[in-house]
Structures are given as structure tokens and as C-alpha cells.
Ligand binder design. Structure first.
Ligand code: SF4
Length: 554
């Protein structure tokens, strides 16, 4: 497939001149943060642009122009020569059809049961009974395998996989990615992998294109890019990606947030956030130029190396012996499902304790029990002070700040309202809270819609800190943030120094955040200890699987 000068616009410009090629037998990664235009590029390349958007330029498959083709033409191409695998298999699978029926309807030759079972076995489904099951009867990973088998049933030459593993557990994610790689090699097909996760793209792809504000800013083989990025944005992303190998003294993000393509169409798209910008950068749009064969950059200048580690970062927090939380024998069931099967743990004052595990491990139920949102069947929860109300002792920062903040209230009103729930003595003002989380005081007048994702999460942290809690529960606090913003929020949480129960599926993030680690599997603690010791030498098979599933640091 060759994409040339692709422009996509709706009410404004979204994708601004993308050129990309995928050959047979090659895996190309298209990496970008939210709003970069990567998913719309995939949609345009499969004739599935949402209504109201227009695309110009060219998309050719084996030399045949497809952009602007009628739906009838696209239908003859989609599934047979190019297939799309999406993040949510529910969006691709018909809830009324069985797994086997999905595969059978896309087969071109034999459609008998033996062939369907062979195709399911190809994606790692060896149990023949699965063919007779409906999507809702399958786990997330199993559904994605069925969707992959259906996408490949007509033996397309190109698979476009759009965030195919983002909704899955770390271990399942790893299995599906390895499966895609194995199938790509066995079939010699081309794969265009669209992802926000630099680590995934760098581990899996032969070539990576980095997209920013609607255009490609750098392209090349991942090993070379990791060693010497040729665009400051790539360098910034690489420096911001947390690593599971060691705890970094300081996490470095990229200042500001991603602009829209329309805002930066006449300049370097990255100029407002770039530490190396010169006056030239704001007056011309740098073309994607060739540094050497296969190595392209849209930067006018040579890139200064950026280091992950800055001097002066704090290595460990001040931990005292007194406890702010002790959970003993916590048990909670839902019917026959055991969400928590007798969990015990504690958090000392000033300490950050990480809780990791896959979906269904019980992490969120644990948090909800400590917050008082779920009543445990048995077990005890002791907080720092038996007299102070629970909401003053423990507060939570949730994953998605856009749903956890009231859209009708200004930031100032939200913080005033939250602080009023705390003790009257030494009550923090909105200005003090905004300063604490590194936001301008003028933001008190804004509403959540006027903030970026990272800014909203800072406000959510300020709100949680407004009652001066003894314990902060962070439930996947950066899972919905772009990597360039994630580092700022993690660094902020490290700086505020409140005792934390840090819940995450991301081992690289927990390495940066937790002094001690508790590994949960099916509602039970299977391993716990010093974070470095657990991650460097995991003792339990489940922890070993989790660690092995983390993509290598670029
Ligand atoms: S062209 Fe200028 S502003 Fe753009 S990335 Fe390069 S140095 Fe930075």
C-alpha cells in the first residue's frame, strides 16, 4: 500500500500530508499520541472514514487507486486484500454470530468446519468448542484472537491493526502481538500497526513512522531511531517512556500539549514545545527530508541528545514506621466469583505501595473497599486515625479525569467545594492547590473542557489533596494520558509525597512510583516485597509472566 499526500479534514484540518508505504513481508508502525491523526489515516486507508470527513491525496493498493472509490469497490478489497483489526473486537464481531461463523463467512475457498478449526488454531485457539461460542462468551483476549482469525480468513496481503491490544491485559497484549508477528512472518503479509505505545512499535516493527499533529515527523528503523532520534519530538517521547529496568531519579515529559494540525499547518508542528526551536522554525514548515536511505526527519536542525535522567532527582521518599493503612484478610465475593480472597497489606506513612495485576485480579475492588464504596464480606481496614471521617483520610485519583470532574463547575469551584469537606483549620485555597500541582492560578476560572488531559488530571490530584488526606489511592492515574504528559503527572505525584496505594497494570510505571509492590492474581496476593527485588527477580510464576510481557525499553 502506498499513501501519498493524504489530507483529511472535517470542520478543520486533521491529517496534513501523510506519505507512507507498506510492502509485503514488512511490519510498519505508525506511532502517535491522541489527536495525531494516526487512526484516521488507517480509516482512510480502508475506506472507512467517518461521515463528515473528507480525504484528498492518494491511497493505492498494488498500484490501484482507491481513495475516492465507491463503496462497492472498497467492499471488494476490504477483508480480501486489506483487513482492519480494531481495538475493540466487539466493534468487529456480530454478537449474534458464533466465532466459527465469523471465520467461515470470510473464507474464500473451503468453508467446512475443519477449515474453520484450522484457522482458529492458527491464532492459538485449540479448543474446538470455541467455534460454537458467541463473542460475549469469550474473554477479551479470546475475542481479539477470533477477530484476528476472521480478519485473516480471506488471506489479505495487508493487515492494518489499529491499537489491537490497547484494551487487553499486559500478558494477553504480549501474546496477541507475538501472534501477529508470527502470522506476518509465516504468511509474508504486510502489517501496518497503529499504536500510541512507542515500546510496542519499537519491539515489533521493521520501520516506524512517528506522527504528530497530523503529519509524519520522523521515520526509520526503530533501533536507529532509539539510538539517535532525528526529531526532537521522538527524542522527547523516548525520554518520557518509563522503563521497567530501573527507577529513574526524575521523569521528564514534554511541556505543553499536542496542537491541532490546523493550528500549525504553516510552521514546524512541534515548534511551540521544542527546546531547540529557532526563529526559522516558526516561519517555515520543514519538509520530511531524507537523512539517508530509510531515514527521514521533518526537523530543520540536528537533534541534541536528550537524557532520560536529570541530576537532582529524589531517589527515595521519607518513610516512617507508622501505618496509614492496614488491610487484613479482606474478602469480597460477587455470587460465585471471588473478587478478593483474603487480601492483607499495609502502607507506612510517606510510603508508596504499588498494586499490580491483570484484569480480574481484584485491584479495583481493593481500592473501592478502602474508599468505602464497596463493603467487604469479611476482613478489616484500619486507617491512620479512627476518629477522622474516612473521606478526609483517604482520597482517590481515578483513571479518567474527564469523567471524574464536574463539567459544569469551574476549577476554582471544584477545589473550593472539595476543600470544604476537609478540616476547617489551615484550609487550602484554590490558588494554593493549583500552585501545588503546578498549574497557573488563572486556571481557577476555567472549566474542565478548557483543559488538556494532563491538566485535568492535575486538577483531579489537587482536588484529592485538598482535604490533606493521609493516603492517596491512585487507580491507573496515567492510563488515559499520552506518554509526553504522563511523565509530568507521575513526577508530580512523586513530589507531593503523600502516602500512596498506586494501582496499575503497567510495571514500568510502578517501577517509577512504588517503594514496595504487591502482586495480585485472582483476588490473592501472590507476591510482595521491595519493588526492585520483585521486578528484578520475580519469585512467583504469575509475576514472571507479567514481567516477561513488558515490551523492551526502546
Ligand atoms: S524544526 Fe525547529 S522547532 Fe521543529 S523540531 Fe526541529 S528544531 Fe524543533
Amino acid at each position: 500500500m502506498r499513501i501519498s499526500e493524504l489530507r483529511i479534514s472535517g470542520s478543520g484540518l486533521i491529517v496534513d500530508g501523510v506519505d507512507l508505504e507498506v510492502s509485503s513481508g514488512e511490519t510498519v508502525g505508525l506511532v502517535g499520541e491522541s489527536g495525531s491523526g494516526k487512526s484516521l489515516t488507517a480509516r482512510a486507508a480502508t475506506g472507512l472514514l467517518p461521515k463528515g470527513l473528507r480525504a484528498t491525496g492518494s491511497v493505492t493498493l498494488d498500484g490501484r487507486e482507491l481513495l475516492g472509490a465507491r463503496e462497492r469497490v472498497w467492499r471488494s478489497v476490504r477483508g480480501t486484500r486489506v483487513s482492519l483489526l480494531m481495538q475493540d473486537p466487539f466493534a468487529m464481531l456480530n454478537p449474534l454470530r458464533t466465532a466459527g461463523a465469523h471465520v467461515a463467512e470470510s473464507l474464500r475457498g473451503r468453508r467446512d468446519r475443519a477449515e474453520v478449526l484450522r484457522r482458529l488454531a492458527e491464532v492459538g485457539i485449540d479448543d474446538p468448542d470455541v467455534a460454537g461460542r458467541h463473542p460475549f462468551q469469550l474473554s477479551g483476549g479470546m475475542r481479539q484472537r477470533v477477530a484476528l482469525a476472521a480478519a485473516l480468513a480471506a488471506d489479505p496481503g495487508l493487515l492494518i491493526a489499529d491499537e489491537p491490544t490497547t484494551a487487553l491485559d499486559a500478558t494477553t497484549q504480549h501474546e496477541i502481538l507475538m501472534l501477529i508477528r508470527g502470522l506476518q512472518r509465516a504468511r509474508g503479509m504486510g502489517v501496518l500497526l497503529i499504536t500510541h505505545d512507542l515500546r510496542v512499535a519499537f519491539e515489533l516493527c521493521d520501520r516506524v513512522a512517528v506522527m504528530y499533529a497530523g503529519r509524519i515527523v520522523e521515520q526509520g528503523p526503530p533501533a536507529e531511531m532509539a539510538k539517535a532520534p532525528a526529531h526532537p519530538y521522538t527524542a522527547g517521547l523516548l525520554a518520557a517512556v518509563p522503563t521497567v529496568e530501573r527507577r529513574l531519579p526524575r521523569l521528564i515529559g514534554i511541556r505543553g500539549s499536542v496542537p491541532s494540525a490546523a493550528q500549525v499547518s504553516a510552521t514546524c508542528a512541534f515548534a511551540a514545545r521544542c527546546d531547540q526551536a529557532t526563529s526559522e522554525c516558526a516561519h517555515a514548515r520543514p519538509p520530511l527530508r531524507e537523512l539517508r536511505p530509510e531515514r527521514l526527519t521533518a526537523c530543520l536542525h540536528e537533534v541534541r541528545p536528550r537524557t532520560r535522567v536529570e541530576e537532582g532527582g529524589q531517589e527515595r521518599r521519607q518513610v516512617t514506621g507508622d501505618e496509614v493503612l492496614r488491610v487484613t484478610g479482606l474478602r469480597r465475593t460477587y455470587g460465585s466469583h471471588v473478587a478478593l480472597g483474603g487480601v492483607s497489606l499495609h502502607v507506612n506513612r510517606g510510603e508508596s505501595v504499588g498494586v499490580v495485576g491483570g484484569s480480574g485480579s481484584g485491584k479495583t475492588t481493593l481500592a473501592r473497599c478502602v474508599l468505602g464504596l464497596v463493603r467487604p464480606d469479611s476482613g478489616t481496614i484500619e486507617l491512620a486515625d479512627p476518629v477522622r471521617p474516612r473521606h478526609q483520610l483517604v482520597q482517590c485519583v481515578f483513571q479518567d479525569p474527564s469523567t471524574s470532574l464536574n463539567p459544569a463547575l469551574t476549577v476554582g469551584a471544584t477545589l473550593t467545594e472539595a476543600a470544604a469537606q476537609g478540616p476547617a483549620k489551615d484550609r487550602l485555597t484554590p490558588a494554593e492547590l493549583l500552585e501545588l500541582v503546578g498549574l497557573p492560578v488563572a486556571y481557577a476560572r476555567r472549566r474542565p473542557a478548557g483543559l488538556s488531559g494532563g491538566e485535568r488530571q492535575r486538577v483531579a490530584i489537587a482536588r484529592a489533596l485538598s482535604v490533606r488526606p493521609a493516603l492517596l489511592i491512585c487507580d491507573e492515574p496515567v492510563a488515559s494520558l499520552d506518554v509526553s504528559v504522563q511523565a509530568h503527572v507521575l513526577e508530580l505525584l512523586r513530589e507531593v509525597g503523600t502516602s500512596m496505594l498506586f494501582i496499575t497494570h503497567d510495571l514500568a510505571v510502578v517501577r517509577q512510583m512504588a517503594d514496595r509492590l504487591v502482586v495480585l492474581a485472582r483476588g490473592e496476593v501472590v507476591e510482595s516485597g521491595d519493588t526492585a527485588e520483585v521486578l528484578d527477580a520475580p519469585a512467583h510464576a504469575y509475576t514472571r509472566r507479567l514481567v516477561a510481557s513488558v515490551p523492551a525499553a526502546p
